[in-house]
Design a protein. Structure first.
Length: 393
């Protein structure tokens, strides 16, 4: 049976390329941009005032002059002005272009202004360029601010807008269909008998995907019937890029899905992983339809862990165990945890061991899970391990 690392590598190696899309500044999304973010001009394009106050010549200030005649006012958005008298000054507002002939800005808090004169009232060391954002100091024209590919977030959308880039080429998000399998499942609004369950796994998976920005995540249910499963697959594979099944992939008498998928031309790459929970994980690709197929175990903890570990992006976080754990089986152990933050900015992971992978309600207190590596059995308090969060941040 393959390891977690081998399964992860195969899945990401064989996930289809679903092409490109264009996202607009009018509807920003956390997508993967496919073109570098390049400055269309130098930034800032001119010396820029950083504080409301007066702009003057540092040379006059250095000679001991402390009172200046105000010749005018420059606001942000005004065309640049020039200081015609080096013994005078101009009032300037934050964001304005620094007037020619000036190289020092003194804020209003250091001044007394009366009868058209600005008197400096606070003495302190000053240098040329104080409170000035120098031209071209951020970046020159043509600078690569972010090489492709990169994920768009709030600051990056703002930078793109400042460069005049309002429509960006991005990797297209796949259309996803979640399929619950099992004759025991009812709608959440129904009242189940003791031998029945309300359908819940697919809603947990749907919420996890939508919170990560996937725009199309539909839900369906199919009974444990190989003919119906095959017919349903044929219809969905032509419409969706990713089919994620919950249940029907283990070794039970009614676990028909792996056989059905392969009969429909799905090539398997992962058929079981040395992990707990989620050992029966299945992954394959239908190259005819360019469709990825995931078979997640029906147990709710297993299905959520497999989705977050193998499909959703991992931001590279680690968390520190707060107590020692022993896990003897030769398997990777995914341990649900509750997270707290220490005053030293450590992410502390408090273990929430599950009785079994069907103990769904126990996840209510959890924030995610740790990945404890297969090659060890004893995990000491204070050690750090990869942390996968239920939250989208």
């Amino acid at each position: 049976m393959m390891t977690v690392a081998q399964a992860s590598q195969l899945i990401h190696q064989h996930l289809p390329d679903w092409g490109e899309d264009v996202v607009s500044l009018e509807d920003p999304q956390p997508e993967m941009a496919l073109a570098a973010l390049i400055a269309d001009r130098a930034y800032p394009p001119a010396d820029r005032v950083m504080m409301d106050g007066i702009a003057l010549s540092w040379a006059s200030y250095a000679k001991g002059q402390r009172q200046f005649l105000i010749l005018g006012t420059v606001a942000a958005g005004d065309s640049p002005l020039s200081l015609t008298d080096p013994q005078a000054c101009l009032e300037v507002m934050t964001g304005a272009v620094l007037p020619l002939g000036t190289d020092l800005v003194i804020p209003y808090e250091h001044l007394k202004i009366q009868a058209g004169l600005a008197q400096i009232t606070l003495e302190q060391a000053r240098q040329p360029g104080d409170n000035v954002h120098l031209a071209h100091s951020d970046c020159p024209a043509g600078a690569v601010i972010l090489p492709a590919p990169f994920v768009l977030n709030g600051p990056r959308w703002g930078i793109a807008a400042s460069f005049g880039q309002t429509r960006l080429r991005c990797r297209r998000r796949p259309k996803i269909k979640l399929i619950a399998t099992g004759n025991e499942l009812l709608d959440p609004d129904d009242q189940p008998q003791v031998y029945q369950l309300r359908r819940s796994n697919v809603y947990a998976l749907q919420a996890s995907l939508q919170l990560q920005g996937y725009p199309v995540v539909a839900i369906d249910q199919v009974p444990d019937d190989p003919d119906i499963l095959a017919e349903h697959y044929q219809a969905q594979a032509t419409e969706y890029d990713v089919l994620i099944y919950s249940g029907g992939v283990s070794k039970g008498k009614f676990d028909y899905l792996p056989t059905v998928w392969q009969s429909q031309g799905v090539r398997p790459y992962v058929q079981g992983v040395a992990q707990r929970p989620g050992k029966p994980l299945w992954f394959g690709v239908d190259s005819t339809h360019n469709t990825a197929v995931f078979g997640l175990p029906g147990n709710p903890i297993s299905s959520l862990i497999c989705l977050h570990r193998y499909f959703l992006p991992w931001p590279g976080r680690y968390a520190q165990l707060t107590e020692s754990i022993t896990f003897k089986p030769d398997l990777t152990y995914f341990l649900p945890v509750k997270i707290e933050y220490s005053p030293q900015s450590q992410i502390l992971a408090y273990p929430l061991p599950m009785k079994n992978s069907g103990e769904f309600v126990a996840l209510a207190q959890s924030d995610g899970f740790l990945e404890l590596p297969q090659q060890f059995s004893d995990f000491e308090a204070g050690q750090s391990f990869p942390f996968y969060s239920w939250w989208p941040w």
